[in-house]
Design a protein around this ligand. Sequence first.
Ligand code: NDP
Length: 499
Amino acid sequence: MLDRAQRVFDAPNSFQNFIAGRFVGAEHGDTIPRESPAHGKIVSYYPASTRTDAKAAITAARESFDAGTWAFSYGGDRARLLQEVARMIRRDADELALVEALETSKPFEAARGEILFSAELWDYAAGAARALHGDSLNTLGASMLGLVLREPIGVVGIITPWNYPFLILSERLPFALAAGCSAVVKPSEFTSGTALMLGRYLKDAGLPDGVCNILSGLGDPVGQTILDSHDVDMVAFTGSTRVGRAAIAASAGNIKKLSLELGGKSPSVVFADCDLDAAVDGVIKAATVNMGECCIAGSRLLVQASIADEFQNRIAQRLQQVQMGDPFDPASRIGAIINRAQFDRIAQMVRDGLASGARLVCGGEPGHNAGLFFPPTVLADVTPDMRVAREEIFGPVLSVMSFERLEDAIRLANDTEYGLAAYVWTNDLTKALSCSRRIRAGRVWVNAALEGYPELPLGGFKQSGNGRETGRYGIEEYTELKSVHLKVGEQTERWVEGA
Ligand code: NDP
């Protein structure tokens, strides 16, 4: 794969927008160059779309939805098209993973795994397109039949971040399309390649022009134009809490529906009775997967006091075996951080933690020659008031706290403004179920970390967002319910007496 990467360094990829069924550059032809964070070489050019481009994409989506060709199409036809896209994703998995690994610096094999899982999501959404239905009520009396129609919500704006570019898009777009919606997609300015490649698959699979439009560009103007538009009925936004708040403010304009997946500070809760080997591995995976740039990263370790010292030492020892390096080295588990700003933020947070009394167990800020590679870092003696215990770091940094009893563990786990995920390690069923039921988070893993299934919904409690993606609930998010009151038989009652 390194030789194919080398070819991209020599001749970077150049992508186009997909608007109204056509592949086009940005209004003024401007582009955004993207450097591979691990190699410091330009690998991609994306269109630097303008407000005018965004409006054109929204208009195309609006017209296609209002025409009704896709919205009223047979679910079986929508299913076949989505399955065809899934087939193309699998066919091109290496190519998609190459682009993703170059733009994000995540290990190539991890990128490939995400692409193949994305194909599963397109397949699942295909099945959901056939299964989606409303309801009927035959209980309203002899002369009234109630129908509950489940209709596509309309034009959906999908704004995605840089950490899992194709996967996060695939958790949303196929479900919106399965429901019969039209879409405008804006990927991150740092990792737009695979989203823009998707346009070709949708076109070749036969999606009617305008149903899905994909354009790259900066958050403002492109994302902001989508948020502000009165022609957009819903926005599915994934990213920072800061922009999530801006989305809520902008949604007031036309009361558009929002689905938000925002930050997290998820706990790994480790009880003394757990399988320690499995827990050490799972805690490391949850904290360092995707270089810790993961909304559901297990970034807080809450460990029972009786095993705390032993457990954090074992974590530190095992982390020495985690290889960090070139995304195309098959041994690499950890690649480079997405960009200099994010790298500096991680370093600053670690410094802040140490200054406020945390103890460095391993890792820490690397030297100047390290490029954008940040080593897995464990901070012990963390207290709940420290920034490293409260704020999302989005890097491979684990903040360790300890607890005595189950009640303390649950209180600490919930002592956060976020609620995306939690990981629980115990062989005691009561503890497992108590944590699962009482930790306020959208996803809980028990004796496992990060294994995902298209069937299960995902999303956040509290300031981690609202709405759910994937699974049966995911497709329903992109629909509206309509009640039809259907009078049957002869009408004898009159509202105006004597009429
Ligand atoms: P952002 O929220 O800025 O980016 C997410 C998406 O929103 C990108 O496509 C971005 O565009 C877009 N965007 C930015 N500004 C606007 C706007 N005014 N209107 C509409 N869309 C906009 O996240 P960052 O990339 O800056 O990451 C910052 C932090 O957010 C991270 O450190 C992490 O804590 C958190 N984060 C959480 C993620 C999650 O999965 N929950 C994912 C990524 C980040 P563009 O980037 O192209 O300018």
